[in-house]
Design a protein around this ligand. Structure first.
Ligand code: ADP
Ligand code: ADP
Length: 235
């Protein structure tokens, strides 16, 4: 079975009024292991909503969502949390690092949350990831002592520390200047090449979308386009 499979997924936000707003109108989508895909579309088209559904941070209103063949729709909150920690890593536009903790402590935090302790091999993996993202020298610094691009590298290492099969990134370079943005994107591509992890990346930036392997375009809550990037995408 595919890594993830959504079939006819609808999402309505209950606004407490009779005219509830449906923002996803029957989205069907498969992602295989090892893909590197961009999710694009105008502001308000439903990208964050779709990413939050895939990330098990929101529940679908109707339809089916399977991860590695298992249906998510019936799971309770504890089940969703367990599945999220097992399958998913997250990178956000604003990195959400904890300011009082070092880079290394931030990267090991998901381990602590899932296992209740940090084993020696997990600490070694966190160090190795920080080395891999070019922060070996800075692992004991706090986020406030690091540049925006370096903070986002810490967030990428944190997303990968539990070796999730899928990393979801919502505008991971949205807060960075062009140079830092290119560096962070190149890092995502390199981590994808080195690890057996799929990436789904929401971006407004057509330059970055063109450098993904696949582009999924959402318009008004529907998938308007889904396919491999072509030379036409290069800008
Ligand atoms: P994004 O649009 O990047 O996913 P959010 O999920 O935080 O950002 O946006 C929440 C809502 O705020 C969106 O549905 C959109 O309608 C609005 N919004 C976000 N960014 C902008 C923007 N740059 N200009 C106008 N509206 C925006
Ligand atoms: P995008 O990420 O593409 O900008 P969003 O998923 O943020 O789009 O938003 C899609 C639509 O859903 C927008 O009309 C937005 O206003 C609405 N929306 C998003 N989050 C909520 C929410 N928590 N409650 C109600 N409406 C929401």
């Amino acid at each position: 079975s595919p890594l993830i499979e959504l079939a006819d997924v609808r999402k309505r936000y209950n606004l407490g009024r009779p005219n509830e707003a449906e923002v996803l109108h029957g989205v069907s989508l498969r992602l295989a292991a090892g893909e590197f895909a961009a999710l694009i579309g105008p502001s308000g088209s439903g990208k964050s909503t779709l990413l939050n559904l895939i990330g098990l941070l929101e529940r679908l209103t109707s339809g089916s969502y399977r991860i590695q063949g298992q249906e998510m729709a019936g799971l309770d909150d504890a089940g969703l949390t367990r599945q999220r920690r097992q399958t998913l890593g997250f990178v956000f536009q604003f990195h959400h690092l904890l300011p009082a903790f070092s880079a290394l402590e931030n990267v090991t935090l998901p381990v602590l949350m899932r296992e209740g302790r940090i084993g020696r091999s997990q600490l070694e993996r966190a160090r190795a990831l920080l080395d891999a993202v070019g922060l070996g020298e800075a692992m004991h610094k706090r986020p406030g002592e690091l540049s925006g691009g370096m903070q986002q590298r810490v967030a990428i290492a944190r997303a990968l520390v539990l070796s999730p099969p899928l990393v979801l990134a919502d505008e991971p370079t949205g807060n960075l200047d062009r140079h830092a943005s290119d560096e962070v994107f190149a890092l995502l591509r390199r981590m994808h090449a080195e690890l057996n992890t799929s990436f789904l990346i929401v971006t407004h930036d057509p330059r970055l979308a063109a450098r993904c392997d696949r582009v999924i375009e959402l318009v008004d809550g529907r998938i308007e386009r889904d396919g491999a990037t072509t030379p036409r995408d290069a800008v």
